[in-house]
Structures are given as C-alpha cells and as structure tokens.
Design a protein around this ligand. Structure first.
Ligand code: QAP
Ligand code: CO
Length: 172
C-alpha cells in the first residue's frame, strides 16, 4: 500500500465531478487500500478519491475510536436515499481544508446505497457521525467542500489563507 498526496483547497481538481465506477476489481481495491492508508496516516476519519486526485466515486471511512479495533469501510458509487427533513449542525473539518473547522447543517439521518469492497450492493441507514461523514464525503464526489456550506465571507477568508500558506510552502 502507498500513502498518496492529499490535495488541498483551493486546488481546482477538488472541484471535479467524480465518475461512476464501472467495475470493482483489484485495481480499484488497490486504490481503496491506498486511500485508507493515506487517511490513517493523516489521520482522518473519511476520504474521497478526488482528494488524492482520482475522480472516481469512491469513499473510505473509519469511525472507530482510538482505543477500538479499526473499522475500515468502503463505499463505491454511493447514493443517498430519503434524507431526513430535520437537520443538525456539526463542526466539520476536512483533510483538504487543513486546520479549519466550521459548523455545517445537514440532514440528521439518511439511507445509503453503495457497492462494498467486494462489489456487492449494500443498503443501510446512516445516523449520527456516520450520517455527517457520508454526506460530507459524497459532497466531494460533486466537487463540493464543506466551506461551500458556510458564509461567503468565511469561505473566502479560509481559501485566501490556504492559498497564502501554499505559496509560502512552495517558495521555501
Ligand atoms: C470529514 O474529515 C468529516 O483540519 C472527514 O488538520 C468531518 O477526516 C466527517 C483532519 C467532520 C465528519 C465530521 C482535518 C485532520 C481530518 C484537519 C476528516 C486536520 C487534520 C478530517
Ligand atoms: Co473532506
């Protein structure tokens, strides 16, 4: 497995719309393994393929606590079904928006449909942190970042700081 480079905003590649996966094969599983390793290394709890520059509808996640056994999860071509009308705020972060955290309102629960690591269809109910995380990650598949859900002023401030940091890093 290989740790891949995580793209950070405002990298334009993060705005791409990801393509559906045609077949869950060994090559795709290699991508999912790399994504999981990259996410654990960061460390983070969720990662979409576009965050490592691959525009495919693939997400990895692990919501286990530090003292628990790892619980890696893989979502290929995920879809959201009947999101709850009720929303709740959660302070979100993102590996592609390092060191910034803002409250985002999202449906409190939803059903999700996807293919698993073996390409088998699955359907389940997402609530709590799982609901927040899957909705956040599925936004990435549409080129949407959590900062798109906050005020324009806050978003521009964050993106400007990130741009500046990257310029400094590149000139060092
Ligand atoms: C998305 O986020 C998410 O700024 C996953 O310096 C966010 O793994 C799901 C991270 C909130 C549910 C709730 C962020 C790591 C990780 C940072 C992440 C950072 C280091 C974010
Ligand atoms: Co993210």
């Amino acid at each position: 497995m290989t740790i891949r480079k995580i793209l950070t905003a405002p990298d334009p590649r993060l705005r791409k719309i990801s393509e559906p996966v045609e077949k869950v094969d060994d090559e795709l599983r290699r991508l999912m393994d790399d994504m999981l390793e990259t996410m654990y290394d960061a460390p983070g709890i969720g990662l979409a393929a576009i965050q490592v520059g691959v525009a495919k509808r693939v997400i990895v996640m692990d919501l286990a606590e530090k003292d628990q056994e790892p619980e890696p999860r893989y979502f290929v071509n995920p879809e959201i079904l009947n999101p709850d009308e009720k929303t709740t705020p959660y302070e979100e972060g993102c590996l592609s928006v390092p060191d910034f955290y803002e409250e985002v309102d999202r449906p409190i629960s939803c059903r999700i449909k996807y293919l698993d690591y073996d390409g088998n269809p699955q359907e389940e109910e997402a609530t709590g942190l799982f609901a927040v995380c899957i909705q956040h990650e599925m936004d990435h598949l549409e080129g949407i970042l959590f900062v798109d859900h906050i005020s324009r002023l806050k978003r521009e401030r964050i993106l400007k700081k990130l741009r500046k940091e990257q310029k400094l890093a590149a000139s060092a």
